[in-house]
Design a protein around this ligand. Structure first.
Ligand code: MTE
Ligand code: MO
Length: 353
């Protein structure tokens, strides 16, 4: 793993490792923590559901599994800061300089959040939000806060949003949220809280800093000093993205036919086509789809064999979604001071020969 920080622990999967398994093993799955991992005993664990519901619930893990049908979803978990390092090349940004490995694809098991909310008799009014409170704390401007975020009730009532206890057929490890986390497919990882303590249906977005200050998309002119008053958008859905994983950036590659491999992720409109260039974007070659899941929330693996002439080469990958839209060409088009949603064409420099 590539360690970004040790306390809290933030680590990403090396790109070559990422591309070696379509379902990312837990031990290789990136870790993004804002504070210390809380120690939770499964036996004493209770999940509370309250707020705008007809009946408040308090459920043990056993009750959760016996009262609600199991649901299984293959989905990527992806940090809003994935590929942030690329933005630093335009102008420096805040936050850990993640490469393309702040993402992983897992088979999550648990129960539908929608089923639990319905059992609590959730109000079905439009415009409500579902807030999550976790057991871990983080420090924000010198003060301690619990990790708290929210998602629109409309999204929470879709059947693939999970209260997950399992990952790839194993219980969640402490790093990934044991004993229970939320998985919100298609959304930024920040909206999938680990170590979940309680759920509340409410009129507004959660009002803590993790929801209202972090994980917001600001216009390109915003600086740290102006962020408090500048307009911004909540980061929920993740944009179309792709990355070259093999060869690794800076690798030496033999001249002749070289296999280029990577991932593409398009949870909004699917991944229609992936193209790779070995001349910085002048000419493009369509990649083959190497693996795909029958889940729209999964990533897609692609590969292509290209004849690489000797010398310093820039490999570029870009994907198109099912509606024909492409990733932005340049990071300049999407630059923001927090370095979120870096989804420009992915460029990797290699030496051939
Ligand atoms: N309680 C809690 N949940 C959390 C976080 C956290 O720090 N605390 N980090 C979030 C962020 S920003 C991401 S990207 C994902 C990462 O999940 P992972 O560490 O299992 O890969 O968890 C999210 N859920
Ligand atoms: Mo994240």
């Amino acid at each position: 793993m590539i360690i970004q920080s040790t306390s809290p622990l933030n680590a990403e999967t090396p790109a070559v490792t990422l591309r070696s398994a379509f379902i990312t093993p837990q031990a290789e799955f990136y870790i993004r923590n804002h504070g210390a991992v809380p120690k939770i005993e499964a036996g004493g664990y209770r999940l509370k559901i309250g707020g705008r519901v007809a009946t408040e619930l308090e459920l043990t893990l056993d009750e959760l599994h016996t009262r609600f049908p199991e649901r299984r979803v293959v989905a990527v978990m992806q940090c809003a800061g994935n590929r942030r390092a690329d933005m630093n090349q335009v102008k420096s940004v805040e936050g850990d300089p993640w490469g393309p490995g702040a993402i992983g694809n897992a088979e999550w098991t648990g129960v539908s959040l929608a089923a639990v909310l319905k059992a609590a008799g959730v109000a079905s009014a439009a415009g409500l939000h579902v807030a999550f409170t976790s057991h871990d704390e983080f420090v924000f401007r010198g003060e301690k806060f619990l990790y708290e975020v929210s998602i629109p009730l409309e999204k929470a009532l879709t059947r693939d949003v999970l209260l997950a206890t399992g990952m790839n057929g194993e219980p969640l490890t402490p790093a990934h949220g044991f004993p229970l986390r939320v998985v919100v497919p298609g959304y930024a990882g920040a909206r999938s809280p680990k170590w979940l303590a309680s759920i509340s249906v409410q009129d507004c977005e959660e009002d803590g800093p993790m929801q209202t200050v972090e994980y917001r998309l600001f216009p390109p002119g915003t600086r740290k000093e102006t962020a408090a008053t500048d307009p911004n958008i909540v980061i929920n859905e993740m944009p179309l993205n792709s990355a070259i994983c093999v060869p690794a950036a800076g690798a030496n590659v033999g001249a002749g036919g070289a296999r280029i491999e990577g991932y593409a992720v398009g949870t909004r409109n699917g991944v229609g086509r992936v193209e790779v260039s070995c001349d910085g974007g002048a000419n493009w070659h369509e990649a083959e789809i190497a693996a795909r899941a029958d889940s729209r929330w999964s990533w897609t693996f692609w590969s292509v064999i290209l004849d690489l002439p000797p010398g310093d080469r820039e490999l570029v990958a870009r994907s198109f979604d099912d509606a024909g839209a492409c990733q932005p060409e340049d990071c300049r088009e999407v630059w923001n001071f927090k370095g979120y949603l870096a989804n420009a064409w992915h460029r990797v420099a290699v030496r051939v020969g």
